[in-house]
Write a protein that binds this ligand. Structure first.
Ligand code: GLN
Length: 436
């Protein structure tokens, strides 16, 4: 790395790493806990899979949808820094409440986590943007580093929380997630000295006791419009990508040959593969794009998002290959799944950290957190749609659904390539100022 990143980045990196550890760890055992028999060594709640997946779908959607109130709280009252801390306390309290074995604590714990992630997730992302001045070329790479931190948490958590939860008891697993969040809070508190100028509340100007609201300029309005349109891409992207935890997970269990050196790898282990790929390829994909940019070739965020959607969609061509191979009741080769995840992650790296950086460049300062909140709500909506698309496979068949997603992503990405220049014009050069 040529230039140094601000110290504050490492504080936000580790705070978010532990937050994501707690989130993905708990998520990895939630459905297992819900569906496990009520009797036995490590009893669960005995729900049917349909009931468990329904709760899982609502939960994963709500945690992100709550980013909208989380963003509003930061913009209107607390500023991002205090809202992040408050969110972290809610999350820790939520996981520790889940560690208590009764139904009231179960629902209370989930509600606390939903409220907490809503407060923390969008605001910590906006704070990363706040570490960089307008026009700082380090901003994109700062977000890539932050995104790698997220995925270190996401890769480790299913293994550790999953192991503790399955072997020692679900409630110990939930408790471990709570402790992880407390570690994140400690890092955040300790690092306050590096975050002095970022995430503070910006009060609206007051004139003789009367509130004045400065309206957005034409340029600001255009930028907000382009952001809102880009959120449609985000919904489509996550609706396809999030098959990973649902349909692809079940498919891996049922129809992928998971035997390696005579040992059958448990399907849930593959849930860490995309996160591991993000860690491996995060900087490679980012430097591919920045080299292209330096050569003066098209590399605007909207272009990256279009290409990212198409590359991710190609992952579903691999899944289609697997489904063709397994059509006659046999099992498909593991390589299909690995290639599918690889392509999905390369697509993800061209969209997800890019979108975070894009929002922090385009959103008017006073709406910075709420725009980030709407972005995460869009990803949550995408995850919910993913569940519905995954369900389609029970009627239409996996092959048809995988092939359908592939074709849809390709067409959607092509459509974006046709229109992205018009959208880019609406950013009024926000990209050019910030990337050099
Ligand atoms: N996997 C990323 C994270 O957990 C992105 C998730 C999302 O944007 N919905 O932060």
């Amino acid at each position: 790395m040529k230039h140094k990143h601000p110290k504050g980045l490492s504080i936000l990196f580790f705070t978010e790493l532990w937050e994501r550890f707690s989130y993905y760890g708990m998520r990895a055992i939630l459905v297992l806990y819900l569906t496990r028999e009520t009797l036995g060594d490590n009893p669960g709640l005995g729900w049917s899979s349909a009931e468990a997946l329904a709760l899982y779908g609502w939960y994963t959607m709500l945690v992100y949808v709550m980013s909208i109130p989380g963003g509003i709280i930061a913009d209107k009252w607390l500023g991002q820094k205090k809202t992040v801390f408050l969110g972290g306390m809610f999350i820790a309290a939520g996981h520790l409440t889940l560690a208590v074995n009764n139904m009231v604590s179960f629902y209370t714990g989930l509600a606390l986590i939903i409220a907490g992630v809503g407060c923390l997730k969008p605001n910590i992302s906006t704070m990363v943007g706040g570490l960089y001045k307008q026009g700082d070329p380090q901003r994109d790479s700062g977000f890539t580093i932050f995104y790698i931190g997220i995925n270190i948490g996401a890769a480790l958590a299913p293994l550790l929380v999953g192991y503790i939860g399955e072997v020692y008891g679900w409630h110990y697993g939930f408790g471990l997630a709570g402790i992880a969040m407390l570690i994140g809070q400690t890092v955040f508190l300790w690092g306050q000295k590096y975050l002095i100028d970022v995430g503070n509340f910006i009060p609206a100007p007051k004139l003789e006791g009367v509130k004045t609201r400065k309206p957005l300029t034409r340029i600001e309005k255009d930028r907000v419009i382009v952001l809102l349109i880009s959120f449609v891409i985000v919904i489509v992207f996550w609706a396809a990508y999030e098959q990973a935890g649902g349909l692809m997970n079940i498919y891996t269990h049922d129809k992928i040959n998971r035997e390696l050196f005579g040992f059958e790898i448990p399907a849930s282990l593959f849930q860490s593969v995309p996160a591991i790929f993000v860690i491996m390829f995060g900087t490679i994909v980012a430097s591919f794009w920045s080299k292209r940019n330096l050569k003066g070739k098209e590399s605007s965020s909207l272009f990256k998002m279009a290409i990212g959607t198409m590359v991710m969609g190609t992952g579903f061509l691999m899944m289609t290959g697997a489904a063709i191979e397994a059509q006659d009741g046999g099992k498909a080769m593991l390589i299909w799944l690995i290639l599918a995840y690889l392509l999905q992650v390369i697509g993800e790296l061209s969209i997800s950290p890019v979108a975070l950086s894009f929002i922090s460049k385009l959103a008017p300062l006073k709406y910075a957190s709420i725009m980030m909140g709407i972005y995460f709500a869009a990803t949550g909506l995408g995850s919910k749609v993913a569940g519905l698309v995954g369900e389609l496979a029970t009627y239409a068949g996996e092959l048809e659904v995988f092939a359908g997603i592939f074709i849809f992503c390709l067409l959607f990405g092509s459509l974006l390539l046709v229109f992205f220049k018009k959208l880019k014009a609406l950013t009024h050069g926000a990209e050019e100022i910030t990337e050099s």
